[in-house]
Design a protein around this ligand. Structure first.
Ligand SMILES: [Zn+2]
Length: 470
């Protein structure tokens, strides 16, 4: 016999702020879409039934900042995100080819988008690429399946002029543009943040991980957070995210005895280590630098001699984390509001993926428990806003006909309990069930994505432009 519905979630509390739906309802799924929400839906109508009594049913968590490439994050990113309750995520650096390979070989049923880095000596020749070079790079990135550029200024700076050109090239071509603040004239701090907003010149961009510019490098960290908040209020064209983990994630790569990433350099300076390969080795041994280490299908943070050995065995090319994020800017940036009561920082992200800090649900729900925000506020920041920034009209809410991407959470344990992507069970009580990935891509990238054996979800940035929320 045929059933009316594929799945019904019974007795949950639904929190769908975009549709002003709050309360105890049953939710039915058919063909991957939300088909009905009603006080009672008979289980007899559905092929599958899950009782979610006592749990909250939210639109699937969308992580607007994560890493899932061989360069950063690595192959277990998908599983780690699935376990953390994420259903859709944006890889914020690429390289796109590696993101696609990992999505195919290690995918767990999630929806993944990727923006590719503009990196001197790698994707562009030097720190001052011409507009024509940037046009060529963007065209190649889009064709490969990425949806835009990531400017990695804080790690691998460009000149301010080339940074502005990269922003123009991406936006003029309808591509996504995210910026980790910093140029050859500033660094990854509040000074770089202020410069980034000036360079952006009222265009609609995504400014990455606001908390990372408020680590107390220039002034007191709380003072820096207040400055960031007032500047964001004055510049509604900027969409942004901040994350809730104490640890960052950066590159441990050394060449000719020197640390390559400027962020790693700054983290070593913060504890007065030498900014050389020797200094980094000592910091790992002492526990200040934590090597991201693959163990048992996930990534953990590791220190001491065994971590040094692991880092050496990989020719220093591992991700390294430092506990550089003070608590007050994290809390303040997550909860600060504009005069109209909307959030100053639009999304809670993780900058995680394969970097072990996918704590949006556990730490975001802790803010709900503290009454620093409501569960509906959490659904806005962790799902609806990031979905809209990515131009995904069918995600981030649970309206009839929306994609059945769902994260079910337990407000008592502060944990994700189960997730569904287009109605398929991705994670259930700590086990991951799905395989493969759906790549969110542009019309130019669809062919390459599908040729890799990946499903495609094509976004039309003409109809729903990226990075517009206000
Ligand atoms: Zn990142």
């Amino acid at each position: 016999m045929s059933y009316t519905y594929d799945l019904v979630l019974q007795n949950g509390t639904i929190n769908d702020p975009a549709n002003h739906l709050y309360g105890r309802f049953d939710l039915a799924v058919k063909d991957g879409k939300v088909a009905e929400i009603a006080p009672t839906i008979s289980a007899e109508l559905a092929r599958d039934r899950v009782d979610v009594t006592g749990l909250n049913v939210l639109p699937g968590v969308v992580d607007l900042h994560m890493h899932a490439s061989a360069w950063l994050g690595g192959r277990f990113a998908h599983k780690m995100m699935a376990l953390a309750g994420v259903t859709t995520a944006l890889d914020m650096s690429g390289p796109i080819d590696s993101v696609l390979d990992i999505a195919r070989d290690y995918g767990c049923g999630l929806n993944i988008a990727c923006i590719n880095y503009v990196r001197p000596g790698d994707t562009v020749a030097d720190t001052d690429p011409s507009k024509a070079q940037l046009e060529d790079l963007l065209a190649a990135n889009l064709k490969a399946g990425a949806i835009g550029f990531k400017i990695l200024g804080g790690h691998y700076p460009l000149t301010p002029e080339a940074t502005a050109a990269a922003i123009d090239v991406a936006i003029d071509n309808g591509a996504y543009l995210a910026f980790h603040a910093g140029t050859l004239e500033t660094r990854s701090d509040i000074g770089g943040f202020m410069e980034a907003i000036d360079i952006t010149a009222n265009r609609n961009i995504h400014l990455a991980h606001i908390n990372s510019y408020c680590r107390g490098r220039v002034r007191d960290c709380q003072n820096e957070a207040e400055q960031a908040i007032s500047k964001l209020k004055e510049n509604p064209n900027i969409v942004s995210e901040s994350y809730l983990s104490p640890v960052n994630g950066t590159s441990g790569e050394c060449k000719n005895g020197m640390v390559q990433s400027q962020v790693t350099v700054m983290c070593l300076e913060a504890r007065r280590y030498e900014t050389s390969e020797q200094g980094l080795e000592q910091a790992i041994r002492d526990g200040w630098a934590q090597v991201n280490r693959e163990v048992g299908g996930v990534v953990i943070l590791s220190t001491g001699q065994s971590a040094v050995d692991y880092w050496r065995a990989r020719n220093t090319d591992t991700t390294i984390s430092f506990a550089v994020n003070p608590e007050m800017p994290r809390l303040r940036l997550a909860t600060a509001r504009r005069e109209d009561s909307s959030f100053v920082v639009d999304c809670i992200s993780t900058d995680g993926g394969g970097i072990p800090r996918n704590v949006t649900v556990e730490k975001g729900l802790a803010l709900v428990r503290l009454e620093a925000m409501t569960i509906d506020d959490f659904a806005l920041k962790a799902s609806y806003h990031p979905a809209r920034i990515l131009g995904l009209g069918d995600k981030g809410h649970l309206g009839i006909g929306a994609d059945a991407d769902i994260t079910v959470v337990d407000l008592k344990s502060l944990r994700p309990v189960m997730t569904f992507c287009c109605g398929k069970t991705v994670m259930y009580r700590g086990r991951v069930f799905e395989r493969g990935s759906t790549m969110i891509t542009s019309p130019a990238g669809q062919k390459n994505v599908e040729s890799k054996g990946l499903r495609s979800l094509v976004v039309d940035s003409q109809a729903t432009p990226f990075c517009t929320l206000r």
